[in-house]
Design a protein around this ligand. Structure first.
Ligand code: SAH
Length: 218
């Protein structure tokens, strides 16, 4: 227990359960992961607020509800091998790692890949691997995956990520023609060639920048 345990419980009840998150494993993971160890010092007081927070370099740690929604939609189990694109602070990877066997998370900005590594180590997570590369292409070396979460908005469905799903696997990705507003899609691989796509609703993620994402603005 830490001094934020009561705030986390309140976050779980007011932000997650009240909005329909039901998966008990997801709720327990959100109760457990110390989000305050993944935000910058000057934001610590806001760690459990109902909003995203800046983590530097124009990027954000996602709102708790969005992390829980994505984890629930991914249908993670203890044996799942997972891939996350967009490590940022490392928080979502920590939550996912509570719910599955192993997480590989990819970040394109070297400073943030280092930040995610340091935060995950500091919080005691050892079943998460952080890599610095263009995650719009996935991470073919360890494919296929049971679950893939993309934490940045793509202009169109990244084909490489679909191809790295195991049959039966789930991919959650925000897709939209605008830089900062997307539809959160769940793609389920039914067989080699059949995919089922569901729209889980409107979201606002920072852009996925890369070969199968947006062009680098710099
Ligand atoms: N999951 C994070 C939030 C991520 S914000 C957390 O819990 O804190 C989105 C992240 O995606 C940013 O850090 C951004 O740099 C990264 N990103 C954008 N395009 C990317 C790409 N092609 N490959 C890997 N990371 C990317």
């Amino acid at each position: 227990m830490d001094r934020y345990a009561a705030e986390r419980e309140e976050m779980v009840q007011r932000q997650l359960q009240s909005r329909g998150i039901k998966d008990g494993r997801v709720l327990d993971a959100m109760r457990k992961v110390p989000r305050h160890l993944f935000v910058s010092r000057n934001q610590e007081i806001r760690s459990y607020w109902d909003c995203p927070l800046g983590i530097g370099l124009g990027q954000t740690i996602s709102q708790p509800y969005i992390v829980a929604l994505m984890c629930e939609a991914l249908e993670l189990s203890e044996n799942s091998e997972c891939l996350e694109i967009g490590s940022g602070s490392g928080y979502a990877a920590a939550v996912m790692s509570e719910l599955c066997r192993h997480v590989i998370t990819i970040e394109r900005i070297p400073e943030l890949a280092e930040l995610a590594k340091a935060n995950l180590k500091n919080a005691g997570y050892s079943n998460v691997e952080v890599h610095c590369s263009d995650g719009s292409l996935g991470h073919s070396r360890k494919a296929p995956y049971d679950a893939i979460a993309v934490a940045a908005g793509a202009p169109a469905m990244p084909k490489s990520l679909k191809a790295q799903l195991r049959t039966g696997g789930r991919l959650i990705v925000p897709v939209g023609r605008s830089h900062n507003y997307q539809d959160l899609l769940r793609i389920r691989r039914l067989s080699d060639d059949d995919f089922l796509t569901e729209n889980l609703g409107g979201v606002a993620f920072v852009p996925l920048v890369g070969e199968e994402g947006w062009v680098d603005p710099t």
